[in-house]
Structure formats: C-alpha cells, structure tokens
Design a protein around this ligand. Structure first.
Ligand code: ADP
Ligand code: MG
Length: 295
C-alpha cells in the first residue's frame, strides 16, 4: 500500500502543478516548519520597470541611458532587462552601443566598457568597491526612492557617480494568500533577498511576513538556511534564481519556481510549475495527507 499511496500523492501533485523529484521528498515536505522565500521572481513577479532617472548635477540623462542601457543589455538579470528596455524607450527607440567588454558582478551589478568609458551599474556597494561616493543630490534621490519601496540602482563611469535609477516590480497577486495559507499550515515564513532593507521590508509588509533577511549576498543565502537549521528548524526554501541554487540544495526541502532558471530547478526537490507560491502550501498539505494515509 505504501508505494501506491506515494504514487497517488505524486500524481495528485502533478495535477496541482507540483513536480516532485521522488517519493522520498514527501517526507521532508511534511516535516517543514519554516519556509524561506526569495523575493525577486518568487514573491514578486520579477518583471521590473524603469520608473525614474535622477542625474547628478552636470550629467546628461541621455548619456546615462545610453551607457547604463548598453551594459545592462548584456545581462539577463531582471533589473538589467528593465534598465535596458527603459533606456531604449526613453531614447526614442535608439539602438544601444555594444559594450567593448562586459562582466556580471553577482549580487552587486554589472560593469563594462562602452564608447571607451568604464561603466558600473548596480548597488551603491559596487561603486564603493571602486571608492566612488554618491554626491549629495544622488544620495538623497536614492534614500527617497528606497523609502518609497523601490530599488535604487546607481550608475557611475570614469570614476564618478552619475545617476540613480529607480526600478520596481510588483508583488504577485497570489503571494499574500500563499503566505496566509503557509501560516495556517503552521509554517513560519521568512523573506530572503539581496535587495536593500527598505524594499525588502515594504514587500514583506505587503504579503504579511515579519522576519526579513535583506542585502544578503548570493553566496551568503546558503548560510542563512544553515543558521536556521542549526536552530533545529526543518527548512523549506523557495527560489527561482541562479543565486538561490546553493540555498535550495542546502534546505531540507528545496522548492523551485518553474518559471525560474534551470539552475534553481535542478537544485530543488520539487518544482512549482506555474510559479504560483500557493502551490507551496498545496505541496505541504498534499504531503501530509498522503503520508497520513500510509500510516
Ligand atoms: P534577489 O536576491 O532579490 O533575487 P540579487 O541577489 O539578484 O536579488 O541582486 C541583489 C541586488 O544587486 C539587486 O537588488 C540590485 O540592487 C543589484 N543588482 C544585481 N544585478 C544587477 C544588475 N544587473 N543591474 C543592476 N543592479 C543589479
Ligand atoms: Mg530571485
């Protein structure tokens, strides 16, 4: 009877949009008491839009759009796509130059050479690594956009900070309900993100999460999971990005968004095919029901 019940559980999962890697996954699913949620692409849609451009005194907005847009055009990060698309639109459909060189700086941003200028686009921390400081007008623009719950991206070239870009994405309309259902099942939800504290707190508030880890570097996400496990918790982690793969593998139960990257899907034990967080609650309910049938 045991294998049959497990197979039924796995089959029912597929109907609910949950792909389970093997029947043994149901046991860890049942046991989870804590659920760590990645923000971008998991709780939010990950489809970002460029909302505003704040330039430093003496900087031309078109130069910002052209240089930042060109570097971001080479990156697949959701923020990069928003910046590149927004730049093309604001430049009236102009073609962006191809960078002479380009590199991703994981968790921080991108760097590249465009039209002979060394360009940095990303967190203020990325600029700080090159000892570039924000002038007062940009520091103010950054603080204001972050307190409004937006992600502020800084732009520098040739050793000087030139602009702050405001980008934002929307919370998925299913996320708040998913968090409510997870709580009703007795799980503690935790938000985990590389994004800044103000944005993370705004999203957490919107979906009903009280515990937030913000400004966490990609390689440190796994340590957050380990720390929770060291407290004796059974940790489920939901993520979509390359940045989440190690944490998904470390978690007692890794749930990958089916809409996310292959790296996340490979690292997970379970895939939420439709990218709907409510399926995480369905998976836990299903595992508990299937296993109680067996016992
Ligand atoms: P998350 O954990 O929310 O999925 P990431 O770890 O991918 O976020 O990125 C963390 C932060 O690094 C972003 O919020 C952004 O500020 C910055 N960043 C990362 N990649 C880029 C990029 N290509 N362009 C601009 N900023 C970036
Ligand atoms: Mg993500």
């Amino acid at each position: 009877a045991t294998p049959t019940a497990l197979m039924v559980g796995t089959g029912r999962g597929a109907q609910l949009g949950i792909l389970i890697k093997g029947p043994e996954v149901l046991e860890t699913t049942r046991r989870a008491d804590t659920i760590v949620l990645d923000k971008t692409g998991t709780v939010t849609t990950g489809k970002m839009t460029l909302l505003a451009v704040h330039t430093a005194d003496g900087t031309d907005e078109n130069d910002v759009l052209r240089l930042a847009g060109a570097v971001e055009h080479s990156s697949e990060h959701p923020i990069a796509q928003a910046v590149a698309a927004g730049a093309v639109e604001r430049l009236g459909g102009a073609t962006l130059p191809a960078p002479e060189s380009f590199a991703n700086v994981p968790g921080l941003g991108v760097q590249g050479v465009v039209d002979g200028h060394a360009v940095l686009v990303g967190r203020e921390k990325l600029l700080a690594e090159w000892e570039i400081r924000l002038p007062a007008e940009l520091a103010r623009a950054k603080a204001e956009s972050e307190s409004a719950g937006r992600t502020a991206i800084t732009v520098a070239w040739d050793g000087e900070a030139r602009a702050v870009l405001e980008v934002a994405d929307a919370v998925k309309d299913t996320s708040a309900e998913a968090v409510r259902r997870l709580r009703a099942l007795g799980l503690t939800p935790i938000l985990l993100t590389g994004d800044n504290r103000a944005v993370a707190d705004a999203v957490a508030r919107e979906v009903g999460i009280d515990e937030v880890y913000a400004e966490v570097m990609p390689e440190d996400k796994v340590d957050v999971v380990k720390r929770l496990q060291a407290e004796g918790r059974s940790v489920a982690m939901v993520g979509d990005g390359v940045n989440d793969a190690a944490a998904l593998a470390q978690a007692d139960l890794g749930l990958a968004m089916g809409t996310g990257t292959d790296a996340a899907i490979e690292a997970g034990d379970l895939t939420l095919v439709r990218g709907d967080l409510r399926a995480a609650a369905d998976a836990i309910r299903l595992a508990r029901r299937t296993l109680s049938t067996i016992r």
